[in-house]
Ligand binder design. Structure first.
Ligand code: HEC
Ligand code: HEC
Length: 161
């Protein structure tokens, strides 16, 4: 039973090796021509699974409005970073500023009527309290994600325990 599988694998490997040469050359040629014309935009020429360019603004799936959910989304498990219940496209997070902290920092949350960042956001990895927001919690959207009003493409039959 083992032998046919092995033969198949060897065959596939031979096929792949035979095809790799030209494919690799093409890929290299493509990437070098891209980098010479548009160094800043790495997504040029990349298509989504639906066949649109990922930067194609006419793709309706890219334009679903962000959900604004009063009271926030329910979390699915303990310790889940709560999902963002409002649009965030106007707030930037970079070296100089963090737009989220304009409403969520301990100094501003009351005036903004927003929940303050959790106290866990002021601890370094050893559990020591940091003065400002801990560097590992600075990039909020690394853990907190906004939600779009898009229908799932595939039904989700997952059931929690
Ligand atoms: C203009 C003020 C403002 C800014 C700026 C802002 N938020 Fe909010 N945020 C709110 C308010 C108000 C709520 C509470 C909404 C509600 O519960 O109805 C909220 C809720 C949230 C929640 C839900 C918390 C929970 O327990 O459910 C998260 C997460 C969050 N924001 C993250 C962010 C992130 C990340 C950014 C930056 C990309 C950001 N917010 C920028 C005002 C703001
Ligand atoms: C490494 C992941 C991570 C990062 C980065 C992060 N958070 Fe959180 N956040 C969490 C988790 C997990 C929770 C819920 C558990 C907890 O309280 O720590 C949470 C909770 C919150 C809450 C809800 C607090 C409450 O009392 O309901 C807010 C608001 C929030 N984060 C805002 C932010 C903002 C603003 C930033 C950026 C400055 C940020 N978070 C960065 C993981 C993260």
């Amino acid at each position: 039973m083992k032998k046919p599988i092995l033969t198949l694998l060897v065959g596939a490997a031979a096929l792949i090796t035979a095809n790799l040469g030209p494919a690799l050359g093409q890929a290299l040629a493509q990437s070098s021509s891209l980098s010479s014309t548009q160094p800043a935009n790495a997504s040029v020429g990349v298509a989504s699974l639906r066949g649109h360019a990922v930067t194609d603004a006419s793709d309706e799936t890219l334009n679903k409005p962000t959900l604004a959910v009063p009271g926030g989304f329910q979390v699915s498990w303990e310790e889940q970073p709560p999902m963002i219940p409002h649009p965030i496209d106007k707030y930037s997070i970079n070296l100089r500023q963090n737009g989220c902290l304009k409403c969520h920092s301990p100094a501003t949350y009351e005036a903004a009527k927003a929940p303050a960042v959790a106290s866990s956001h002021f601890l370094d990895r050893d559990g020591n309290r940091t003065n400002g927001i801990a560097p590992r919690r600075y990039f909020c959207t690394q853990c907190h994600a906004p939600q779009a009003g898009a229908m799932p493409l595939v039904e989700n039959v997952f059931q929690g325990r």
